[in-house]
Ligand binder design. Structure first.
Ligand code: ADE
Ligand code: ZN
Length: 353
């Protein structure tokens, strides 16, 4: 039977190319920073629209600057890039561009992180950020059938008081965006900013009924993964690749089926791994960890979610069955209601491998 995944027709056949097979897998993107989807072309267009002069002569010169030694060297450029976002339309255009790209990759559901502090610190009203992103997500929900939710993420290099004030400032918007804003996250510079720094604001979020996730074990140690689980009570871990350094933690992740939202091309670009062949994603999956594949900041890391699946297939020898398992994990690990998960998982089970 012919089904539609986003705009992509299914079913598959075993003879189709790996690229096409991956595109046809119904999948959720669970680890995506919307500010990390700003392509250099859009950065230049928005800068021009808003009368901002960039310290780069051309789009190509900006793209050439995307050489990172670590997370911080990336974050410096990422926050600079986000400074071209001024109006509601800017946030709309950025989000729409990502959603259209995600649709081509067979994303049926996107859980999108955004960093309000990056914008409110520059004097952009919280409402402008919410309104622009939400308009694009709602349009894509009704026009393309792609569901989504928002993960309001706190910047961990700032204080817990500032995170708490951000939450307080966002709460009056909760009702207006109840269909989208359902979760909080924790991102930015990990080392030296441990989970315990945010234990009180996370307790407040939990009491408010928000879903909880946090970056941990990207550059930071396995201890941060354990502390994110114990002290922040998160349901899943963003990255978590360094969990492998702690066998007891690994057993816990397997036993409790705690999802890791892994971003392979990000890990490569930020030198978390030296080479894609060395990435531990396949090993984690084969040990029984609930691994998912995501793109993190695709405009900066050289690939969207489909490219991340393909890179893993090609460099880690993942089989088509394993690729389908990873897509299934993304649906299971999502914040979707069970009935929606079941619907997509059924579509996935009908795919010929
Ligand atoms: N913000 C955007 N991308 C990030 C990443 N990979 N780690 C931490 N914070 C981020
Ligand atoms: Zn991230």
């Amino acid at each position: 039977m012919n089904k539609t995944i986003g705009s992509v027709p299914a079913p598959t056949s075993p003879s189709m190319s790996l690229h096409t097979f991956i595109r046809h897998l119904p999948k959720a993107e669970l680890h995506l920073h919307i500010e990390g989807t700003l392509e250099p072309e859009l950065i230049f267009a928005l800068a021009q629209r808003n009368g901002i002069t960039l310290p780069y002569a051309s789009i190509e010169a900006l793209r050439t600057a995307y050489q990172f030694q670590d997370l911080q060297s990336f974050l410096n450029l990422y926050y600079a890039g986000a400074s071209v976002l001024i109006t509601e339309n800017d946030f709309y255009d950025m989000t729409m561009a990502y959603m259209q790209r995600a649709r081509q990759d067979g994303v049926v559901h996107a859980e999108i992180m955004f960093d309000p502090q990056t914008h409110t610190q520059r004097g952009i009203p919280m409402q402008t950020v919410f309104a622009g992103i939400a308009r694009a997500l709602r349009e894509m929900r009704s026009s393309a059938g792609i569901s989504s939710c928002l993960i309001l993420s706190f910047l961990r290099h700032l204080s817990e008081e500032e995170a708490d004030a951000t939450l307080t400032a966002a709460l009056p918007l909760r009702e207006a965006y109840a269909d989208l804003w359902t979760a909080v996250g924790l991102d930015s510079a990990e080392q030296g900013n441990p989970p315990e720094k945010f234990a009180r604001v996370y307790a407040r979020c939990k009491a408010l009924g928000l879903r909880l996730t946090a970056h941990a074990g990207e550059e930071g140690p396995a201890d941060y993964v354990r502390d994110a689980l114990d002290l922040l009570q998160v349901e899943r871990i963003d990255h978590g690749v360094r969990s492998e350094e702690d066998p007891a933690l690994m057993q816990r992740l397997i036993r409790d089926r705690i999802p890791l939202t892994v971003c392979p091309l990000s890990n490569l670009k930020l030198c978390v791994v030296d080479d894609m062949h060395q990435h531990n994603l396949a090993r984690l999956l084969r040990q029984g960890i609930m691994v998912t594949i995501n793109s993190d900041d695709p405009a900066y890391f050289g690939g969207y979610i489909g490219d991340n699946y393909l890179a893993c297939a090609e460099h880690l020898g993942l089989t088509r069955k394993e690729l389908a398992e990873l897509a299934g994990n993304s649906l299971i690990a999502s914040f979707l209601p069970q009935s929606e998960k079941d619907r997509y998982l059924k579509q996935l089970s009908e795919i010929a491998i």
